[in-house]
Design a binder for this molecule. Structure first.
Ligand SMILES: Cc1cc2nc3c(=O)[nH]c(=O)nc-3n(C[C@H](O)[C@H](O)[C@H](O)COP(=O)(O)OP(=O)(O)OC[C@H]3O[C@@H](n4cnc5c(N)ncnc54)[C@H](O)[C@@H]3O)c2cc1C
Length: 369
């Protein structure tokens, strides 16, 4: 896949660059042609084209819109600077470019918004917005909508290392003060003396079972969560053990999956995902997925939103990142059969290839997996 954005990608000007914490900065983006601002739903993300000096080309990165859909004409993205993990290792290409090079007045090329992690406005259930670190970007956008456009009870729970890296704190508090029924809880892993003195947090260490039990009355919640993989895994186990239904936990993972493997988490696809279900070879539609390399065969029961989700439910772990047809990480060889796309991929997919994250089989298919 080419890495330069093509169709439906437009130039936006950075009209403001705002430091939110020692590691997190927001960028306010306005299209050069105002018709290129598109409505979005809280939780969706933009794809940005970033120059790659090592190839002279571009890489694509996704950033969730942290402003509200009602802020028409402008998108805000809020980006964590990914520093080098150790001396001699590379720093984050796109995040450091945004932090260190992109200033007010710069033009960036953007596609979107898109993505399936969205606040369900049709529901009346109480909401838990649960975030770790820069995972606050979708939950703050959701909080803006919930504070201004609904009466649903909301628990906004945010975990981060300390006050120094805590982003958007004032904004959350202003939103929470807008109406009754919005509860805020901050958990700092390593609070500083100053954090303690200023009582900036409600609990310390990790978000524990006791904290959650104390905070949340028994109810039928809808949970939206976003954060680093270990946080997501811990919160998913905690919530399900407290009786929150798996189908009521929606999550976004900032990827890429390869970093999860590097971090030693073997189950890259299992972040907050349901455990593998037993394979029952009984489909009424007669559609099967054959994995040629690993010599496996599954009956497609039609219940999964994509081939990727279906394979994950069977315990197969293909690589992925954006899960929205943007990044190309989940492309595989399609040896035979046909698929349809639920989300139009950003680039044309050549014959004989398939993006697993946004496609479903229309006939039996064989993959070179
Ligand atoms: C749907 C979605 C929404 C997202 N929303 C946001 C958001 O709102 N805010 C946000 O900050 N991020 C968000 N992200 C993450 C974002 O897209 C980028 O992945 C992130 O900014 C890192 O990109 P990068 O180019 O800076 O880092 P990369 O260059 O991709 O590197 C990432 C990290 O890996 C390390 N690294 C790089 N190469 C190697 C290597 N060879 N070996 C070992 N380590 C290496 C780097 O030091 C860095 O820490 C989102 C991702 C997705 C999929």
């Amino acid at each position: 896949m080419s890495n330069a954005l093509t169709s439906q990608s437009f130039p936006f000007e950075v009209v403001a660059k705002v430091r939110e914490s020692s590691t997190i900065t927001s960028f306010h983006l306005v299209p050069l042609d105002r018709h290129h601002w598109q409505h979005f739903e809280a939780g969706q993300f933009l794809t940005i084209q970033v120059p790659d000096p090592s190839t002279g080309g571009y890489v694509l990165r996704n950033y969730t819109v942290s402003s509200a859909p009602s802020d028409e004409g402008m998108y805000r993205i809020t980006v964590k600077r990914e520093a080098a993990l150790a001396p001699g290792t590379p720093q984050g290409l796109a995040s450091c470019w945004l932090h260190d090079v992109v200033e007010e007045g710069a033009i960036v090329i953007i596609n979107g918004p898109r993505g399936g992690f969205k606040l369900d406005m049709g529901s009346k259930r109480p909401v838990i917005l649960l975030s770790g670190g820069v995972g606050i970007t979708p939950t703050i956008s959701m909080l803006k909508v919930l504070a201004n456009e609904s009466e649903r009870p909301v628990w906004f729970i945010h975990a981060c290392d300390s006050g120094a890296v805590h982003a958007l704190e004032k904004e959350v508090e202003t939103l929470a003060a807008r109406r009754a029924g919005i509860h805020v809880h901050y958990c700092y892993r390593f609070p500083s003396g100053d954090d303690v003195e200023r009582a900036r947090f409600h609990s310390a260490g990790f978000i524990s079972r006791e904290t959650v039990q104390k905070l949340l009355p028994l109810d039928d919640y809808q949970v939206y969560m976003c954060g680093p993989p270990p946080f997501m895994q811990a919160m998913y186990s905690l919530l399900t053990s407290l009786g929150v239904g798996k189908k009521n936990i929606a999550y976004e993972f900032f990827g890429p999956a390869s970093l999860l493997s590097q971090a030693g988490h073997g189950d890259v696809s299992g972040v907050a995902a349901p455990p593998p279900t037993p394979i029952v070879d009984q489909s009424d539609n007669g559609i099967h997925l054959v994995l040629q390399k690993s010599d496996r065969r599954f009956a497609w029961d039609g219940s999964s939103e994509s081939i990727l989700s279906f394979l994950e439910a069977q315990g197969v772990e293909p690589p992925f990142s954006c899960r929205a047809g943007v990044c190309g990480s989940c492309v595989q060889d399609l040896v035979s059969g046909d698929v349809e796309y639920s989300e139009e991929p950003l680039d044309d997919i050549p014959p004989g290839r398939v993006l697993l994250c946004c496609s479903r089989p229309t006939t039996s298919i064989a993959l070179n997996l």
